[in-house]
Design a protein around this ligand. Sequence first.
Ligand code: NAD
Length: 436
Amino acid sequence: MVLGNEHDVNLAVAAAKEAYKTFSQTTKEERIAYLQKLHDAVAKRQDELVAVMVLEYGGTYQFCKNSVNNMLSAFTTAMATLNTFEFERTVGNSKVLMQPLGVVGLITPWNSSNSFICNKLATAISAGSTVVIKPSEMSAMQTQLLLECFHEAGLPKGVFNVVNGLGTVVGNAITNHPDIAKISFTGSTVVGKSIARGAIDTLKRVTLELGGKSPNVILDDANLETAIPMAVAAAYMNSGQACIAGTRLLVPEHKLDEVNSLVKAAVEKVKVGNPADHDTAVGPMVSKKQYERVQGYIKLGLEEGAKLLIGGEGHPEGLEAGNFVKPTVFTNVKNSMRIAREEIFGPVLSIIAYKDEEDAIAIANDTDYGLQAYVNSSDDARAKRVASRIIAGRVMINALSHDPQAPFGGFKQSGIGREFGVFGLEEYVEPKTLLV
Ligand code: NAD
């Protein structure tokens, strides 16, 4: 990959700005037709798109297949949203026109790079905006294949522009560019904050999808036989490298022993290994650096006095060659420990005991993050009541799934704004009042 620089960003922004003049004037029907073409071009190469994810960062086939499905649903959802979206509204005596913001900068992480790009691009196109995309520097092969699809879709020149490169160079140039009206960023909280700071000078709008430390509340009436395997899957999705991973398992203290043994049994069944195998649940970490980071947290958990239930430091047996880590669970974890507060981004689960429902809610909310939560109960009304009190952008009730129409995003330091569906599109338009 050739690393781009500020000059490349200037060229890309100029092209996007020129294309915006006509693209912002397109009709809903024209935009839907472009979205359909993008969808079809991506659908044609979906097997290759899965394969390149597995190859480039060691994502498991299971996860990558889902991620490519999300790429496709990004376009179909955008088309459905656009169909019913009102760009012209009557408010009081005025007409309100919902206008595209201008050129949008899209900055994405490596852990599901192409699906983030597809969703952000689909929303920008729906609004009538043109874009400059900066994918993760760790996703060059995935970006290359996706761009081949985008090119085949035959969009007007300048509607999408991609500049590969480092965040501190290309990302920074996008953040500071006066001709970019908005940034939609997915990535770490620390970088999100620096983008928000930089964006303020030109008053760019920002949508920030950041990190998480999601609580998974097992209420005392939950069916543990189903809830626990699902909790392990929620913690280890994308080999633990997921912003929405359910990494804090909150369990009633009188059920701690039972949960410990069920979790241990579920983790023993987790297959770690070749990510291309369809039954592999945990593949290697994305990089040596990430491997070492996770090892550091496992060591820290031991030092902090958490009890190791399964896993631990080092490689799993027979997988010494790659960046594989042992699926790890700590129990008797206190929510004040760093392993319970910081995003580890690896297959490390913390089990935390609570006294009663109030205590569970308090622990769930005792975090800087607020992206996602999970609640398990056999009583729907009770689960919804608890879910309504957890500060998180999305709460899964007895579930582990995704709804591409529903808003997604974080409270607190998990971000600003929402993506997907109508709520996502609203963030790419600005109301203009016409008072005659
Ligand atoms: P990261 O923040 O290091 O990088 C994300 C992107 O930002 C990359 O393209 C990077 O090059 C760019 N970047 C880095 N420094 C920059 C700067 N100073 N200015 C502008 N851009 C810059 O994140 P990552 O390691 O690629 O991804 C993992 C993180 O992303 C985790 O914290 C995870 O929780 C988060 N994430 C959040 C969501 C969500 O939807 N909320 C989804 C996936 C990942």
